[in-house]
Design a protein around this ligand. Sequence first.
Ligand SMILES: CC(C)(COP(=O)(O)OP(=O)(O)OC[C@H]1O[C@@H](n2cnc3c(N)ncnc32)[C@H](O)[C@@H]1OP(=O)(O)O)[C@@H](O)C(=O)NCCC(=O)NCCS
Length: 197
Amino acid sequence: MSSAEAAVVTIEAVQEKHFADLARLQKEFLNSKMMCCCVPLGVFANEAEVRKAFHKCPEMMKVAAVALVDDQVMGFIQVVLHGMPCEIHTVEKDEAYVYMIAVDPDARGMGIGSKLLEWADDIGRQRGCEKISLDVLGGNKAIGLYERRGYVAKPASCLSLPAMFFFVSCFVGLRIRPSGSPPYWNYGKDIFMVKKL
Ligand SMILES: CC(C)(COP(=O)(O)OP(=O)(O)OC[C@H]1O[C@@H](n2cnc3c(N)ncnc32)[C@H](O)[C@@H]1OP(=O)(O)O)[C@@H](O)C(=O)NCCC(=O)NCCS
């Protein structure tokens, strides 16, 4: 694929036949994050785990979508609604939460992520949500994309600092700051972003 114009992207709800591709995308995404500074989080991502998670809460399949390009799964988004399992965020009644979004590295920057986020907005509205939110780590290029789509960062409270320190040291690890990158205090810091639907 050489350009977004050349690619016809279709977004559709997740089905069982997509599980292997979801595991592939999740693995790729999670391997960019470290547990205890050295173990890539993606080591646990596989098709059986994807199947197990959806079987535990089949409703989650209705709020998950894949992006297809020439029938190939190139992207994935998982939304979580109030009452669905979510270990990283307490989802409120009027809220849709983007739990994970990932696009195949070969297809990034071509508009697929934007289409998946648009789908998530629609699902949130259909389910009567008034806002949609997500968490992103400071320094992630995706922040620009979220801002362009109307997400606004919510200031973190001082109480969250110890939790943030724990999160950064366990899951992100120490990093050397490359020139031009965000300041240390933003790099790897969890940023909660929200937008009205
Ligand atoms: C973030 C991501 C889902 C966006 O999907 P996409 O199809 O590349 O997005 P679009 O083509 O619609 O929009 C392009 C924007 O995405 C962001 N982006 C591009 N490449 C990216 C990358 N490798 N990693 C993160 N964000 C990227 C940029 O904001 C870009 O805008 P820009 O070209 O003005 O800089 C995708 O890049 C990705 O899977 N990244 C790695 C996983 C990740 O960071 N997920 C988000 C966790 S909160």
